[in-house]
Ligand binder design. Structure first.
Ligand SMILES: Cc1cc2nc3c(=O)[nH]c(=O)nc-3n(C[C@H](O)[C@H](O)[C@H](O)COP(=O)(O)OP(=O)(O)OC[C@H]3O[C@@H](n4cnc5c(N)ncnc54)[C@H](O)[C@@H]3O)c2cc1C
Length: 445
């Protein structure tokens, strides 16, 4: 491929204690925790709003914060605060509640008395704006991380691209919450990408339809038949959820691809729209419930479940999860099933239950650099383990831990994220309402 060298002088627009790149659930957790711990924080996102999966892709399920066997929470802290701010739970009640897993109707039918923590994307946007600004975070939306300048051991500058052109930020600590580990990769840190990453999906919403358990089964039957007849490409689920009772968002499109490959991501958008419309037309022609249905919206973007995973000081494995191995430097508990969406198969896939397990601080520390943490779905985990740890509540918990650690590093002028005293980090997380002990979650309700 031909290449050319390009050099120019950029303005340094900020020198914060902590720069958070990406304001998905992990980035919200990181920015809020760092700011509340006393750090000056700049947080940037390429979108015009925070929330990542909930708002960029339109999801509804705050998964991973509950051990499904008992319905007891395993992640607290900012996850509860977000649910409170959206009016899903009463302030202070979270630790005592039993929850159902959102979107999985088998579970909902099994435990009709448990609460379902719905997350309406518009409420999530508003709650995110408020929690970030009230915490004192400086926000820049429509701002893409474009490049990283490091001296080998330290990230010195992060180059941003926005309507002001190219600008630089020189923070003490960076937290990479881009989901794709853009900062870590561009800083030269080692990472892996699976040969077969989980597929991308473009979600879509249909209005003027009432969601029932029965309708979900009937939608699934139509797709099974159409796939067998070769009328549609591979699809997932479908997993429907409703925000208003009269509209349904569908997680059903399945496009193989890697979101760090611009061609793949473009294809996922185009194929996703084709597939979403095809499914809608099939349901409309075969199901009377869809008589007045309207294709309301898709996206805003096709989402990525898995791309780059950093190689950290420790890598979470499938065995760590299955055997619930304890870690001295635990900073978040996980309990979501090993939910690995296959690229080529259609319908529902096996998702074995797992016991509450420990996610170690070392999985947030990329090898070879001293002032960078990585939180969320690009932390250090095998592809199998990430199928569990990637989900929203755990990602927000990782962000909260990374933000707290980064603020400690800045406050104490530590040279390295490895110098953070883990027991002090854990004490601070417990004070913030995080849950680090799995025994409560194991107690039957
Ligand atoms: C289709 C789909 C369905 C899913 N279903 C569920 C579900 O039902 N339940 C569940 O709990 N989880 C689900 N997940 C998983 C979950 O969304 C993610 O794993 C989780 O949200 C990870 O959060 P994150 O903050 O690490 O990353 P993301 O949510 O990906 O957020 C990353 C943020 O960084 C920003 N960003 C990225 N690159 C840059 C850059 N270079 N510069 C600036 N900003 C950048 C993005 O705009 C985004 O706001 C699903 C994911 C997908 C894709």
């Amino acid at each position: 491929m031909p290449a050319f060298t390009y050099a120019r002088t950029l303005p340094v627009i900020a020198e914060p204690d902590v720069l958070v790149c990406g304001t998905g659930v992990a980035g919200i957790g990181a920015a809020v925790a760092a700011a509340r711990s006393g750090a000056s924080v700049l947080a940037v996102d390429r979108a015009g709003f925070a929330g990542g999966f909930f708002t960029n892709i339109i999801g509804s399920a705050f998964d991973g914060f509950v051990y499904e066997e008992t319905g007891r929470p395993v992640v607290g802290g900012l996850v509860f605060e977000m649910l409170e701010r959206m009016g899903v739970i009463e302030p202070g009640t979270g630790p005592g509640l039993q929850f159902n897993v959102n979107g999985d109707f088998t579970e909902v039918e099994k435990y009709p008395d448990r609460l379902i923590p719905r997350t309406d994307p518009e409420l999530f946007k508003l709650a995110s704006d408020r929690i970030l600004t009230e915490s004192g975070v400086r926000l820049l939306f429509h701002t893409q991380v474009a490049d990283v300048v490091s001296n080998g051991e330290r990230v010195e500058s992060v180059i941003l691209s926005n309507k002001a052109g190219l600008v630089a930020v020189q923070p003490k600590v960076v937290i990479d919450c881009t989901g794709d580990a853009d900062v870590a990769a561009w800083a030269g840190c080692p990472y892996e990408t699976a040969d077969s990453v989980q597929p991308m999906s473009l979600h879509f919403r249909i209005s003027n339809v009432e969601l029932t358990f029965e309708l979900r089964r009937r939608c699934s039957d139509v797709l099974t038949k159409a796939r067998a007849a070769g009328k549609i490409r591979p699809y997932g689920g479908p997993w429907p959820a409703t925000f208003s009772g009269t509209d349904i968002y569908f997680n059903a499109v399945r496009t193989p691809g890697d979101s760090t490959d611009p061609d793949d991501w473009t294809r996922a958008e185009i194929e996703g729209r084709e597939d979403a419309w095809r499914m809608f037309e099939l349901w409309k022609s075969e199901l009377p419930e869809f008589e007045n249905a309207h294709f309301f919206t898709s996206g805003p973007t096709a989402g990525s479940r898995e791309s780059r995973r950093i190689t950290g000081d420790y890598t979470l494995t499938g065995d760590d999860i299955r055997e619930a191995r304890r870690q001295d430097d635990i900073v978040v508990l996980g309990a979501w099933r090993i939910d690995h969406h296959p690229q080529e198969a259609s319908g529902y896939h096996d998702q074995p239950y797992v016991p509450p397990y420990d996610i170690a601080y070392r999985t947030l520390i990329p090898q070879g650099v001293e002032n960078l943490l990585v939180a969320g779905r690009c932390h250090s985990a095998t592809s199998e383990a990430l199928a569990s740890s990637r989900v929203t509540a755990n990602s927000m918990g990782m962000g909260q831990a990374a933000g707290t650690a980064a603020a400690m590093m800045a406050e104490r002028s530590l040279e390295s994220v490895r110098g953070v005293h883990v027991s002090q980090l854990q004490s601070s997380l417990l004070e913030q309402g995080c849950i680090l002990d799995h025994s409560e979650a194991m107690k039957p309700g």
